[in-house]
Design a protein around this ligand. Structure first.
Ligand code: GLU
Length: 544
């Protein structure tokens, strides 16, 4: 009964009871199979691809079950919070077209019945439940100085307790009402700790939707549920919020598995039904030692969601890449449904990968190439322009002034049954795909060139060149000069006796291609000439 008295002493202002509070958050009325999940980012000012990945799993589970997805901002760690951090979260989600059913707007309005959707505004709720636990003797105030600092606690434990590997009981767990009152009267601040029921020998089993049955050591630590500033650390806020807000599946990174026994003891102490966990594997990279390591903010630019924006990957490519690593069945589905929206792809919890995927930029590029190849030229133009508006103002200006020209060259070898697949990000179009549509190639930079043959050929060719009216016509022109200069027109003959010729027609075509584009490989050259126009084409041939 000390518990009840201590609870009143610690929380005199908390009048609401847990029962009353629970009435305000009635269980959600859900249809069979409907999933309620959430994305619960901490505002760190940075969106890690791992967080986005986790969000996207939860988002898809709710999407395919016609369920409810909510956004909860976990801003309890005020030291870490930075000012624009919320904008980064909202901005990234908006950028990728991810919509939530329930959230708090940037202007502080809660959309949904289970708010507030920002943890710092749920302080009272946590206090109600902390008070209840203290009243029931399941939690206690801890007056140790700097009680949050692990080192201090360890030191205290050494001083007051015999070293005990099995359990971590806090020195303050059995203070009497009088002792607590003396501390309070003395004006001392306190944290609240859970009074664990366990002795350190117990085990706990829980089911994870991805990992299956997990057997772990039960929690045996009196851990903090409210810090001295009255703010709950992650475990307590998680247990209270995911219960009150009616989450049916908690999707979170597998780094939380090890602390799940703590969370489960809290659910039990609070009298809550334990939640269902889905611990997703973490996206990895192969480290220098050949081992998998978590993709990291520190070493990997692609860990930051901003990377995909400034590189200019289409949003759907990034989403599709993630779907592809969430569920390997996506690729097959995509091949069978090349034009379908990714949102038509459906999968269940059992289809989610259980192994840590290794991040593969080549695969992302591939997905992106396919996606862009299926876009009509004006869409490519618009998305490229959008990207340029943000990351390359000068290019954006140029694109606006040269819309017809840009759309025309983007349309070369596009909108056909076998479109060319070589663009995978907007930032590469000007520098890698079509630099020659911006300026004539620099002769000194043509690689791997047999200069004397090139000059001889181009000298002849530019003399006879008339602007062709068809693909066949320009090819016929090349052939004519090639033949005259001793190139093989018949490739079979060339293969049988290559030394008898200066080269074959392919070589001759390559010279013309180099003269016009600076590249040995390009989209249809006749189409390029058409877009460049007669004057520019002729100029380039002559310069060659
Ligand atoms: N705020 C936590 C994080 O960002 C949320 C974890 C969870 O989803 O429960 O890691």
């Amino acid at each position: 009964m000390d518990g009840q008295k201590i609870a009143e002493l610690l929380f005199p202002k908390v009048k609401l009871t847990a029962e009353e509070l629970l009435k305000k958050y009635p269980p959600r009325k859900l249809n069979e199979g409907q999933v309620v999940s959430r994305f619960a980012p901490s505002p760190t000012g940075y969106m890690h691809i791992g967080n986005f990945f986790q969000m996207f799993i939860a988002y898809n589970l709710t999407r395919v079950t016609d369920g409810i997805m909510f956004l909860r901002i976990e801003d309890t760690d005020s030291k870490r919070e930075i000012k624009e951090a919320k904008d980064v979260i909202y901005g990234t989600l908006k950028n990728y077209g991810i919509k939530f059913d329930e959230y708090q707007t940037l202007y502080g309005k809660d959309i949904g019945e289970y708010g507030p959707y920002v943890q710092s505004q749920r302080r009272e709720i946590y206090h109600v439940f902390a008070k209840k636990l203290v009243a029931e003797g399941r939690a206690f105030p801890c007056f140790c100085k700097k009680t949050e600092g692990k080192e201090d606690v360890l030191k205290l434990r050494e001083n007051k307790f015999q070293a005990d590997d099995e359990k971590e009981y806090d020195p303050c767990r059995d203070l009497s009402y009088e002792e607590v009152k003396a501390h309070i009267d003395n004006g001392e601040s306190f944290a609240i700790r859970l009074k664990t029921k366990n002795k350190g020998t117990e085990r706990i089993k829980f089911h994870d939707l991805i990992k299956g049955e997990i057997d772990a050591k039960a929690n045996a630590k009196d851990f903090i549920i409210l810090k001295t500033d009255g703010v709950p650390p992650y475990p307590f806020a998680h247990a209270v919020d995911d219960t009150l807000m009616g989450t049916t599946i908690v999707v979170r990174g597998e780094e939380y598995i090890s602390s799940t026994p703590m969370h489960l003891e809290l659910f039990d102490a609070l009298g809550f039904k334990p939640t269902t966990y889905c611990h997703n594997p973490l996206i990895c990279k192969i480290g220098e030692n050949g081992n998998k390591r978590k993709i990291s903010k520190r070493y990997d630019p692609e860990a930051d969601m901003r990377f995909y924006s400034y590189e200019g990957y289409p949003k759907e490519a990034v989403l599709e890449y993630l779907l592809n690593i969430i569920n390997s069945g996506f690729e097959k589905w995509r091949t069978q449904n090349p034009d379908a929206d990714w949102k038509e792809f459906s999968f269940g919890v059992k289809d989610i990968t259980a192994v840590s995927p290794v991040f593969d930029l080549v695969k992302l590029n591939d997905i992106s190439k396919n996606l862009i190849s299926r876009m009509p030229a004006d869409k490519v133009y618009n998305l490229w322009l959008n990207w340029a508006e943000e990351f390359d103002k000068e290019l954006a200006g140029w694109l606006k002034e040269n819309k017809a020209y840009a759309t025309a060259f983007l349309n070369i070898d596009r909108e056909s049954p076998k479109p060319r697949k070589d663009i995978y990000k907007w930032s590469m179009i000007k520098t890698e795909n079509f630099p020659y549509m911006f300026s004539a190639p620099n002769r000194d930079e043509l690689d791997d060139l047999d200069k004397s043959k090139y000059e001889e050929f181009m000298g002849e060719y530019s003399k006879i060149f008339t602007f062709p009216q068809s693909n066949e016509e320009w090819f016929a022109g090349v052939k004519k000069v090639a033949e005259k200069l001793g190139y093989a027109i018949d490739n079979k003959a060339y293969k049988l006796n290559p030394d008898a010729y200066k080269g074959n027609t392919a070589k001759a075509c390559e010279f013309v291609r180099l003269a016009i584009t600076g590249k040995k490989n390009s989209p249809n050259l006749f189409e390029i000439m058409k877009v460049l126009g007669e004057e520019e084409t002729l100029k380039r041939l002559k310069n060659a």
